[in-house]
Write a protein of this length. Structure first.
Length: 401
């Protein structure tokens, strides 16, 4: 039996970017196994923001930036959604002057500042031997930068959009599509009662998996995705055809937040951008709904069809994880520890075609993971298509070969 009184080293863990269900089970799996193997675990609060904000003074109050994790702490949080370590969309390599921590403002006072030296010094101050960042491609792209600076780390993929390269599955995706299906099914009663078009807007900035999988599962008859600029007149035509054939006289299209009309750009809520240069998306569902209503008389004997328009948004991100987002994060956390115990680093833990594995972390910055339109999306009918499920991965179109 391992003597847990002999400290073998210190492991840091953080969560960055948007919250998703499944983060706390991953933190729990990492912490419990690491402690029982003789390691100390430090939870970095608010992602990269916490790691760049630490005051390197043993007498300083850093409780807002990190905490020592115990089995009791992680067991209490392990079955809940979100992240008890909190999160942010901070990029320490590009920090605007107003976001520079107060104790560093004399040192970093440019309009845009690189606080990576502070991050590296803070890792040394905490005595962290290995770092486990859990995040999407933005959070993990900075992890790649740190790895190239000599930090030993193992990355875990997380994002509702399921678009981190190198893996078929990212934490949060199953809960997202499960709730998308459930909520869309619930909205059918109102859409059918009033014989309307149903237009839920779902996640998916660059990749359309969150619209494609629920549509494949029957939540909708059509979907529009970021990878293909669609023709609204074609969508209007097929939506009315679906409505006419449906005995309840309604039809449904799932709209990815990053979907765009032909000859148009993405639709944003405002012009503010986060540290990774992303403006907040939102509104394409409204525009699609308005245009469908406007065009509907062309295909409905001159009569307008009303639209039930709903942005699902944070409703699919909030709350407890489903079964898959409880199991996979536990496995990912344990896999990260396997690699650390073997002295490995610079890896991303992944699921590939139903099997757990790991790949070099630079896959995150060297490739993109998008829907293969030619293979899986019928651009004429605006819906998923595939020739056979035979010997395909569990989530079929989410595997980047």
């Amino acid at each position: 039996m391992v003597n847990i009184n002999i400290k073998k080293g210190t492991i840091g863990v953080l969560t960055g970017g948007g919250d998703v269900p499944g983060l706390n089970p991953a933190i729990r799996a990492i912490t419990i196994r690491a402690i029982r193997a003789g390691y100390q675990v430090i939870g970095i609060r608010r992602g990269w923001a916490g790691l760049m904000s630490i005051v390197r003074d043993k007498q300083a109050d850093n409780h807002d930036h990190y905490r020592i994790l115990t089995e009791d702490i992680v067991n209490q949080a392990g079955r809940s959604g979100g992240t008890f370590l909190h999160s942010s969309r901070t990029h320490p390599g590009r920090v605007v002057a107003s976001d520079v921590p107060e104790h560093l403002q004399d040192k970093y006072n440019d309009e845009l500042n690189d606080l990576t030296p502070e991050v590296l010094n803070n890792l040394d101050f905490l005595g962290i031997d290995y770092l486990i960042p859990i995040g999407g491609d933005d959070t993990l792209s900075y992890a790649v930068h740190l790895y190239n600076k000599g930090v030993k780390l193992i990355a875990i993929p997380k994002t509702m959009d399921n678009d981190v390269p190198g893996t078929d599955y990212c934490i949060g995706f199953s809960t997202c599509i499960t709730r998308t299906i459930s909520m869309t099914d619930n909205l059918r009663t109102s859409a059918g009662s009033h014989e309307r078009y149903l237009v839920p807007e779902v996640f998916g900035r660059y990749a359309g998996f969150t619209a494609m999988l629920p549509t494949m599962a029957g939540a909708a008859t059509r979907c529009v995705i970021p990878e293909y600029k669609f023709n609204i007149e074609k969508l209007s035509e097929v939506m009315e055809d679906d409505r006419r054939k449906n005995s309840s006289h309604y039809s449904t299209v799932l709209v990815s937040e990053g979907a765009t009309f032909e000859d148009c750009d993405m639709v944003y809520c405002d012009t503010d951008t986060d540290a990774y240069g992303h403006a907040k998306l939102g509104g394409i569902g409204d525009l699609v709904s308005a245009r469908l209503k406007e065009l509907s008389p062309r295909h409905n004997n001159g009569k307008k069809v009303n639209v039930l328009n709903q942005k699902l948004g944070y409703l699919v991100r909030s709350g407890a994880p489903d079964a898959l987002d409880s199991i996979v994060p536990t496995a990912y956390g344990s896999l990260a520890l396997d690699l650390i115990f073997e002295g490995m680093h610079g890896r991303l833990v992944v699921l590939k075609k139903g099997r757990y594995d790991n790949v070099p972390i630079d896959v995150i910055t060297n490739s993109k993971k998008l829907v293969d339109v030619e293979k899986y999306y019928n651009t004429n009918r605006l819906r998923p298509h595939f020739h056979s499920f035979w010997m395909q991965p569990l989530l079929i179109m989410t595997s980047d070969e």
